[in-house]
Design a protein around this ligand. Sequence first.
Ligand code: KG4
Ligand code: ZN
Length: 341
Amino acid sequence: MLILGIESSCDETGVALVQSDGGSVPRLLSHALHSQIEMHQAYGGVVPELASRDHIQRVLPLTQAVLDEAAVALTDVDVVAYTRGPGLAGALLVGAGVACALGMGLNKPVLGVHHLEGHLLSPFLSADPPEFPFVALLVSGGHTQLMQVDGVGRYQILGETIDDAAGEAFDKSAKLMGLGYPGGPALSRMAQGGDPQAFKLPRPLLHSGNLDFSFAGLKTAVLTQSKKLGDALEMRKADLAASTEAAIVDVLVKKSLAALRQTGMRRLVVAGGVGANRLLREQLNAACKKAGVRVHYPELHLCTDNGAMIAMAAALRLQADVERPNSDYAFDVKPRWSLHA
Ligand code: KG4
Ligand code: ZN
């Protein structure tokens, strides 16, 4: 079965083709991506209307590119999958509209996919795919969750952020330091020359006894430090960035290990944009090695949004028979949508 996947929930247009034989792990045939980062950079963040308009221009050429790369015809596609939510409504509507129009034109069914399930299952695109069950640390721009994953579609929340997401903490702290958008990679780059112990920043809820997170206080602490430093901030930026990154990573690592202890699981899967963070990977690798836990990541270039994870999530859902594709092309999107409900 050949599945075309379309992602357009935020500032990346992604399209991919995945082949499923019904049994083994589905295979990625091709994928193409256009990032809008450059376009939004001038505004310091994503401008939803510009995002939607750009998705409209990119999605069909990218579709043609993945068909060409895989040397298949559009008529060979069996199911058209698209991100149904969560995300920006206008941006989601572009992918959903195009997917349903293609499905209707080809007389093939469509499948709306949860964006976070795409991230969650993205390590299945790697050379070393995980096996169920596992604990998942989902760390994206909008979400920070620990989940117990027993199989495709069997997700149980263990803990989540009560305010900002980890990616948001990176983005907002970077903005306060004048490091630009997207903040995660920018702050991480700046941190490389800095001392992670230079500033004592809070590790909220570290000892809360549960698996929830809170990052809003960290952002306030970074703001307070920046103000205190005044003109000296420029000189101490690397130290402040390193201290911020260390605080976020410290909490993510300790809570992930606590989730593994609580569930008794020996496998951790990390997914979402923040999963690309070098320090997080280093520290998780070290902690998991010590605890005798295997840790799986998506490939670096598939940590942030892409079409491959949407096609893969659709393929795995169809293979596991937790969902059937539909031919009701009266699509809708879900800008807010929880994965576990
Ligand atoms: O998963 P994603 O692409 O989009 C959402 O679904 O939200 O995640 C984007 C987030 C942004 O907050 C970005 O700053 C962060 O992931 N990010 C990183 C890194 N690369 C992306 N954060 C820390 N270190 C990175 N290397
Ligand atoms: Zn995402």
